[in-house]
Design a protein around this ligand. Structure first.
Ligand code: UGA
Ligand code: MN
Length: 252
C-alpha cells in the first residue's frame, strides 16, 4: 500500500526549514506520495523550487484560507483551526485522482511536527483508522490511546476535553485510503467547535471499535507535536526599515 501524506503549509520565515525536516524523513520511506497544500492564492516559488529538487513523488496544490478564518497576529494560535481547507483540498484531490483499486493510507502531517521513520511502518497497513501516541499534546508529555487486555482501544489519556469521542491530535491517526475516498461527507470543518476538528472528522469515518492501535500497543512515541518558535529577526526588521535585507536575492 502507498502512503499519501497531506501537509498544509503556510509562508513564514521557517517554512523551508520545516519542509526540509519533513523531506529528510520522507526520503527514507518507500512508496510515499507527498501532497503539499499551500495556504496561498497560488503556488509559491519557494515551495515549487523545494519540490522540484526534493526527488519525492508529490502533488503541489494551494487553497487560501479566507481572512475571516485567519488568526490575527495578537490572538493565541488555538483560537481558530488551522490547515482546514488545505487538508480538504488534499482529500478532494485524492477522491478525484486515485483509482478505486489503489491500496493505501492517508496521513495528515503538519509541517511543524517531528516524524520518525518508524511511524510510517506502523501506518502502512491500515484497515480503517490506525492510532498511536503523540508527544507533547494537550499540555502533557504524551497523549495516547489506552488499551484493554485484548489490545483494543478502551479510552484515551487525553488531558483536554477527554469527553470528545476521539480525543486525538491530527498527528495520531492515519486513515485507510479507500475508506476516506468513499466517505464523501468526511471533511474538516471551520464550523467545528474549538479543538473538535479531529474528532468531528473521525466520527464521519469510524467508531471507537474500528481503531487499530499501533506503535507496540501504543507504548512507543514515533511522532512529536513540536511547535517551532519564530526565529529572532529583530536585526532583519531594522535592515528592512533601511531598505536592506540580509537575504537579498537569496532563498532562506
Ligand atoms: C494543532 C493540531 O496539531 C493541528 O493538526 C490542528 O490543525 C490545530 O491544532 C488546530 O486546532 O487547527 P498546531 O500546532 O496548534 O496544531 O497548529 P499549526 O501547526 O499552527 O497548524 C497546523 C497546520 O496548518 C500546519 O501544517 C501549518 O503550516 C498549517 N497552517 C497554519 C496553514 O496552512 N495556514 C495558517 O494560517 C496556519
Ligand atoms: Mn503544529
Amino acid at each position: 500500500p502507498k502512503i499519501f501524506v497531506v501537509t498544509p503549509t503556510h509562508a513564514r520565515p521557517v517554512q523551508k526549514a520545516e519542509l526540509t525536516r519533513l523531506k529528510n524523513v520522507f526520503l527514507h520511506i518507500p512508496a510515499l506520495h507527498w501532497i503539499i497544500v499551500e495556504d496561498a492564492n497560488g503556488k509559491s516559488e519557494l515551495v515549487t523550487n523545494f519540490l522540484k529538487t526534493s526527488s519525492i513523488p508529490h502533488t503541489h496544490l494551494f487553497k487560501q484560507t479566507p481572512v475571516q478564518w485567519k488568526i490575527n497576529q495578537k490572538d493565541p494560535r488555538w483560537i481558530k483551526p488551522r490547515g482546514v481547507l488545505q487538508r480538504n483540498e488534499g482529500i478532494s484531490w485524492l477522491r478525484e485522482n486515485i483509482s478505486p483499486t489503489e491500496k493505501g493510507v492517508v496521513y495528515f502531517a503538519d509541517d511543524d511536527n517531528t516524524y520518525s521513520i518508524e511511524l510510517f511502518k506502523e501506518m502502512r497497513y491500515t484497515q480503517k483508522i490506525s492510532v498511536w501516541p503523540v508527544g507533547f499534546v494537550g499540555g502533557i508529555m504524551v497523549e495516547k490511546p489506552l488499551l484493554d487486555e485484548k489490545g483494543r482501544v478502551r479510552g484515551f489519556n487525553a488531558n483536554w476535553r477527554p469527553d470528545r469521542k476521539f480525543p486525538l491530535d491530527m498527528a495520531s491517526f492515519a486513515v485507510n485510503l479507500g475508506l476516506l475516498v468513499r466517505s464523501t461527507d468526511a471533511f474538516f470543518s471551520h464550523r467545528s467547535q474549538r479543538g473538535f476538528l479531529e474528532t468531528d472528522f473521525l466520527e464521519k469515518l469510524a467508531t471507537r471499535d474500528d481503531l487499530e492501535p499501533k506503535a507496540d500497543s501504543c507504548t512507543k512515541v514515533f511522532v512529536w507535536h513540536t511547535q517551532t518558535s519564530d526565529p529572532d529577526l529583530n536585526r532583519e526588521q531594522k535592515l528592512k526599515v533601511q531598505g536592506k535585507r540580509s537575504n537579498l536575492g537569496m532563498e532562506v
